[in-house]
Write a protein that binds this ligand. Structure first.
Ligand code: 5GP
Length: 199
């Protein structure tokens, strides 16, 4: 998605060979016009899937997830990382190790909102080693819901998550795929030829 790649190049910062900082439009301040386009793009890529729910994880998945849900006209559910005083009954949980924060969270969803028979589109901001996506898949399988797609805003293709999830048979779509990060330098995977280009 060209608009997203341009935004990453103009505002993203490679903090190291592993971590991309995009606080100015995705992870802290959010750019609503970009989020709107992201929502439309996800809806287009998964339009044949008869999605009934979009599922994400707080907090950075909520923006793109909600925009996709808006276009698809289905509810968005976000898994919570912290215990909620009001979310008390019929909880489904999974364990997720955070790549950036190096901590393990128990994520929670009420089975009132994701049920057997649902066709779920999982959305997240980043895909690194795939722990967050796998936690959300785990929640869906516990309640008997079907994961029909995984939509990622930025995939770090040099990490294992995307390859692993695709090998497991999931339909993963990423709007920007990063081939390599070096301090101060961001290289995308060239989708058409399949060869990396330095933009
Ligand atoms: P995974 O579970 O695939 O290993 O990592 C995905 C999660 O970690 C995302 O939900 C995202 O919040 C965070 N994450 C992973 N890599 C990055 C990164 O390079 N930059 C930012 N900002 N977040 C990341």
């Amino acid at each position: 998605m060209q608009l997203l790649k341009e935004k990453i190049l103009s505002e993203g910062q490679a903090l190291s060979e592993d971590i991309l900082k995009v606080d100015s439009f995705l992870n802290h301040q959010m750019d609503p016009l970009l989020m709107k386009e992201i929502g439309k793009e996800f809806a287009k890529r998964f339009e044949q899937k008869e999605i009934t729910k979009v599922l994400t994880i707080e907090s950075s998945g909520i923006g793109p997830g909600l925009m996709a849900a808006l276009v698809l006209e289905v509810p968005l559910i976000f898994a919570r990382k912290r215990k909620s005083l009001t979310l008390t009954n019929d909880l489904v949980t999974a364990s997720v190790h955070s790549f950036t924060k190096q901590e393990t969270n128990t994520i929670t969803v009420s089975n009132k909102y994701i049920e057997a028979g649902d066709k779920v589109l999982i959305i997240d901001d980043f895909l690194a080693v795939g722990q967050a996506a796998r936690g959300l898949v785990d929640i869906c399988s516990q309640v008997g819901a079907d994961v029909v797609g995984i939509g990622i805003v930025i995939e770090k293709a040099f990490q294992s998550g995307g390859k692993d999830l695709r090998e497991q048979g999931f339909h993963v779509e990423s709007l920007a795929k990063i081939a390599e990060l070096k301090f101060g330098e961001i290289t995308f995977v060239e989708e058409k030829e399949g060869a990396p280009i330095n933009v």
